[in-house]
Ligand binder design. Structure first.
Ligand SMILES: [Zn+2]
Ligand SMILES: [Zn+2]
Length: 117
């Protein structure tokens, strides 16, 4: 099945949503949106501008790894300090297991909702 990123329109073929998820994509049914491994789903969800990143990718090609310097929202692009902070928390995120990741994303998307409902 083919997935299309709602943020950058990048398309990629995966055998299942699970395979896509393992490749770093956010896809239904886990998420309510579809984003590629490079686009932060939170930006799509919150409708944050991400155009500078896309312009950069058009010029220099898609980055190999997610990083705030090349994939951040417009306000953050090129901000090394923000990028360092972000990278630290992203490392944590990457190292977490699936359930913890889902929790982290969930709490980002619903900041006011506690764990108990
Ligand atoms: Zn994308
Ligand atoms: Zn994007």
């Amino acid at each position: 099945m083919k997935f299309k990123c709602q943020c950058c329109d990048f398309e990629q073929e995966f055998t299942s949503t699970e395979v896509a998820f393992e490749a770093g994509w956010d896809t239904p049914p886990r998420f309510s949106y579809t984003t590629c491994d490079l686009c932060p789903g939170i930006c799509v969800f919150m409708n944050l501008p991400h155009d500078k990143a896309h312009a950069l990718w058009a010029k220099e090609g898609r980055p190999k790894e997610f990083s705030m310097l090349t994939c951040g929202i417009d306000d953050d692009i090129g901000d090394q300090k923000k990028s360092d902070n972000f990278d630290a928390s992203y490392e944590q995120f990457k190292a977490a297991d699936d359930a913890t990741k889902a929790d982290m994303v969930e709490s980002l998307l619903n900041p006011r909702r506690g764990k108990d409902g």
